[in-house]
Write a protein that binds this ligand. Structure first.
Ligand SMILES: Cc1cc2nc3c(=O)[nH]c(=O)nc-3n(C[C@H](O)[C@H](O)[C@H](O)COP(=O)(O)OP(=O)(O)OC[C@H]3O[C@@H](n4cnc5c(N)ncnc54)[C@H](O)[C@@H]3O)c2cc1C
Length: 409
């Protein structure tokens, strides 16, 4: 593409920053305006519940690019700027300050926000959710010295990671979850139980199948969490991790097709011409499995943002990455790749003993690998992804035999 085109990116998170980089890497010479409502330059979120929250990592671990990178690449970053309207007919976006920007191509990378608790007491001081750098800063110091009673409501990835971080800093930690097994929705009962047992072995109280009725306190300050059984669990810090909600209101108001995210095709086109979406907010029709996937993971934001940039430049794009995720909790480092919708009814086969804490789990459907998760085993995820991508029937004896290189399966 030649000439001074104006590309606008709404949402200065990882997907937006990744798109901006890819546009320049591909030689785009027009204007790039990256607009984000947070007061910070683009940053990544995984450290916010892990190393940054723990204090072992600083701000340098969270920023996507160094501060001067944006100037060097002539990218206009508008921080603290909220886009309040998109006019697809006029090709403009409106900022909350009254400014209007014209675009030739528009990318929406508005991400997701924490689902907010609605139970009584959710507004008390000491009750938190975790999505932003500011959210992480709000609890970082409180956890640092240990000795607090920390209650996590919700045993998803963020709840489990914050529990591990809080416990390793010497706090008393209780996880409350309405489901029978933590993380079961993502990785099933067997492996969810593995994570729950790891937490218990480190002294975390994991309580499943419990319903939180309300949060209580006095003078605006929380004192505990009450279950529907009437039982009261003392707390001086509550973290609610009950999922994330995609930020679709802007797209919806602009008349774009929205259904659990902004609907995009595999080239990341929305229903409106010249408007694209990527990252947590995008619900893509995945070209390999033919189903819609809205993936709330770091790697998706990184790679889908770049793919959207290529699409904006008119390159043929079909974003077919296999969803990938990682987590660190206590002494567990884990990578997961796979298609969530295909894991239903799949059987799990192990390479290595689950109880040893070092293994690769494969989800098999009709002897075809649809997902895989390596725990404290490294440099295998490329092979896991290869097996998923090839979709061939595997020899299960060889797959589960650690003496056979995965490359030879
Ligand atoms: C605590 C935490 C830990 C995580 N850990 C992991 C992990 O270990 N592994 C992993 O794979 N993934 C992890 N994730 C998920 C990963 O961080 C997300 O998938 C990723 O941040 C998505 O990037 P994004 O750019 O699509 O959206 P976001 O990061 O949500 O960025 C979107 C940005 O757009 C801005 N915005 C929204 N609306 C507007 C508007 N109207 N105007 C201007 N700006 C707007 C938002 O303020 C936000 O800054 C974690 C997430 C959290 C919160």
């Amino acid at each position: 593409m030649t000439g001074k085109k104006n590309f606008v990116i709404v949402g200065a998170g990882l997907a937006g920053a990744s798109a901006a980089k890819e546009l320049r890497d591909q030689g785009f010479e027009g204007t790039i305006q990256l607009i984000g409502k947070e007061p910070h330059a683009p940053y990544i979120r995984p450290p916010l519940s892990k190393g940054y929250l723990q204090g072992s990592e600083g701000l340098d671990a969270v920023y996507v690019h160094p501060q001067d990178w944006y100037d060097e690449h002539n990218i206009d970053v508008h921080t603290g700027a909220t886009v309040v309207g998109v006019d697809t007919a006029e090709h403009t976006v409106a900022l909350s300050g009254g400014e209007t920007l014209r675009y030739d191509k528009l990318l929406l990378t508005t991400g997701a926000d924490s689902r907010q608790p609605t139970i009584d007491g959710a507004g008390l001081s000491g009750v938190h959710t975790l999505r932003t750098l500011d959210d992480s800063n709000a609890v970082r110091d409180k956890l640092a010295d240990g000795g607090r009673s920390v209650v996590l409501i919700g045993a998803g990835w963020i709840g489990m990671e914050v529990a591990a971080t809080a416990k390793s800093l010497g706090n008393k930690v209780t996880i409350l979850d309405r489901n029978a097994v933590p993380l079961a929705g993502a990785i099933g009962d067997e492996l969810g139980t593995f994570f729950a047992e790891k937490h218990r072995s480190h002294g975390v109280t994991v309580r499943s199948s419990v319903i939180v009725d309300r949060i209580i306190g006095a003078n605006g300050q929380l004192s505990g969490v009450v279950l529907d059984s009437g039982e009261e669990i003392p707390a001086d810090l509550v973290m609610v991790g009950i999922g994330a909600v995609p930020n679709t209101s802007l797209a919806h108001a602009a008349g774009l097709a929205v259904d659990n995210g902004i609907l995009v095709d595999s080239a990341l086109n929305t229903s409106a011409p010249n408007v694209f979406a990527a990252g947590d907010v995008a619900n893509e029709l995945h070209p390999v499995i033919g189903m819609r996937l809205r993936t709330e993971h770091w790697a998706n934001a990184l790679n889908q943002g770049a793919a959207a940039a290529r699409s904006m430049l008119g390159q043929a794009e079909s974003f077919d990455d296999i969803p990938y995720f990682y987590t660190d909790q206590f002494d567990i480092g884990m990578e997961f790749s796979g298609y969530g919708p295909l894991m239903k009814d799949a059987r799990i086969a192990y390479r290595g003993e689950r109880d040893s804490g070092e293994f690769v789990a494969f989800w098999l459907k009709d002897s075809v690998v649809v997902a895989g998760m390596n725990v404290n085993v490294w440099d295998v995820n490329d092979q896991v992804q290869r097996l998923i991508r090839e979709k061939t029937v595997v020899d299960e004896a060889r797959l589960t035999d650690s003496a056979v290189a995965l490359a030879d399966v």
